[in-house]
Design a protein around this ligand. Structure first.
Ligand code: F6P
Length: 321
């Protein structure tokens, strides 16, 4: 294989730039030509590809977002658009593709491989940490640290005013951001989609806290459960007195300089992805298990059921008493 492409797709995640940099530099080091494809799969369809050199990725390791830009590309589910993308890749002589993104992006890579024989390799880039085959995805660690820093600030003001605060965090249907940020920020309660929400228990805990003079509580709420305002209403309807405030952290969780963990993970995954392409292998995804870089068949990786760390959740609940 002589020429490869790299794209970022779906929601951006801190560490994507560090990963693009590593793919480009490691590929060039190994004598490959690398094209950067803009705006995910839509760049393949619209022929937005530029040859990268070592300097094209200077000064990006510390930046959040993605210099290649990103997009969600619903057209890519249709064979006729995929065919255009494949023809464009052929015209450039691109034989392999590194796709940095989440499960939606992986489905595109799987179709390219199964239906058109394009050697695509996926690297997990999403703050959600919702891919079962890997312990961590790029961006998750940074995002959690951003949430922890927000919890610290919110706790200062909530404690001063004797308020309960509901902090809504991202993650789609996955509660990992809420769990890891909640345990790190010492949250009194963490609500995630993987554990049934027992409203009575929450009400009892807040009321008990108020009776013993603990007048401020932090509830970290994963967006996959409900909206912060809905939970606030439920608490009020169930008799919680006093001030309840809500904060939806939103897109602040997706930006910012990547953490050391995400930068190192980006480098390690990039090296494995390029190595796979140099061995002419496609249809695979790279990840990390027990601190070792692994690769797996995309379809098998996507079919795996996610495991939620209930033990860590129970620990968080005990410590947040
Ligand atoms: O998948 C990453 C993520 O930030 C989710 O946590 C969130 O639900 C979603 O993307 C928001 O998507 P969009 O950028 O399309 O608003």
């Amino acid at each position: 294989m002589k020429k490869i492409g790299v794209l970022t797709s779906g929601g951006d995640a801190p560490g994507m730039n560090a990963c693009v940099r590593a793919v480009v530099r490691y590929a060039i080091y190994n004598g490959l030509t690398v094209y950067g494809i803009e705006r995910g799969y839509s760049g393949l369809i619209n022929n937005h590809m530029v040859e990268m050199n070592k300097r094209s990725v200077s000064d990006i390791i510390q930046r959040g977002g993605t210099i290649l830009k990103t997009a969600r590309c619903p057209e890519f589910r249709e064979d006729k658009y995929m065919q255009i993308a494949v023809d464009n890749m052929e015209a450039y002589g691109i034989e392999g593709l590194v796709v940095i993104g989440g499960d939606g992006s992986y489905r595109g890579a799987l179709d390219l491989y199964n239906k058109f024989g394009v050697k695509a390799v996926g690297i997990p880039g999403t703050i959600d940490n919702d891919l079962a085959y890997t312990d961590y995805t790029l961006g998750f660690d940074t995002s959690v640290n951003t949430v922890v820093s927000a919890i610290n600030n919110l706790r200062d003001t909530m404690t001063s005013h004797d308020r309960v605060c509901i902090i809504e965090v991202m993650g789609r249907k996955c509660g990992d951001i809420a769990l890891y940020a909640g345990i790190s920020g010492g949250a009194e309660m963490i609500l995630v989609p993987e554990v049934e929400c027992d409203l009575k228990k929450i009400v009892k805990k807040i009321s008990l806290n108020q009776r013993i003079g603990k007048t401020s509580d932090i509830i970290v709420l994963a967006e996959g459960v409900c909206k912060a305002e809905e939970l606030k209403q439920e608490l009020k309807d169930n008799g919680i007195l006093g001030s309840i405030k809500t904060t939806t952290l939103g897109y602040i969780q997706r930006g910012g300089a990547p953490s050391m963990f995400d930068r190192v993970l980006a480098a390690r995954c990039a090296v494995r992805a390029v190595d796979l392409l140099m061995q002419d292998k496609g249809g695979r995804v790279v990840g990390i298990k027990d601190n070792k870089i692994i690769d797996e068949d995309i379809a098998e990786a996507l079919a795996q059921e996610r495991h939620f760390d209930k033990e860590l959740y129970d620990t968080a609940m005990i410590l947040g008493l």
